[in-house]
Unconditional design. Sequence first.
Length: 207
Amino acid sequence: MLAAPLAAQSPSAPPTPQPLPRVALDTTAGRIVIEADTLHAPVTAGNFLKYVDGRRLDGVVFYRVVKAADRFGFVQFGTNGDPKRVLPPIRHEPTTQTGLHHVEGAISVARFAPGTASGDFTISVGDQRPSLDADPAKPGDNLGYAAFGRVVEGMDTIVAILDQPVSPTATIRGSFRGEVPATIVTIRTARRIAAPAPPVVPATPPS
């Protein structure tokens, strides 16, 4: 048999990785852009995109601010139990499974028991891995929150929301006393936007 042409024997170039989906939150405090990691957390990131595509986050507010120290804590937004907005709960994807972590700018889905998360989301300010990541050594269910993406633009807006004064008396259905912002920040719209094109790698010249 004749040998195959040399070019046909060469391994094909690896496929160009597709950019992860991005979502712009147009808020009354400024613009925030989130990259949803559908590769490593497909269930949780896909759930977030369902809320975006269904326009279920238009008009929701940042209703909880947990500030433990300067530039350290998290902010929370979402459906806040509104039955007209909430979708069915999703399977929990712990950080030990996805490899994603609650570092600065990480977005995750809030929950009660594992498998109850739906349409409420937190954004970490500072390194929140000790409190929000899964940790099999901890007591309880020890599965943490499910991180699924990160803020790629507008972290200054997130910090400004974290720094807003909170009401000393307000609660959300009896919870979160001391964590309810005195000034409400509203998400006007949440929309997918085009992700930046991957950089073009120049071809290696033949030797």
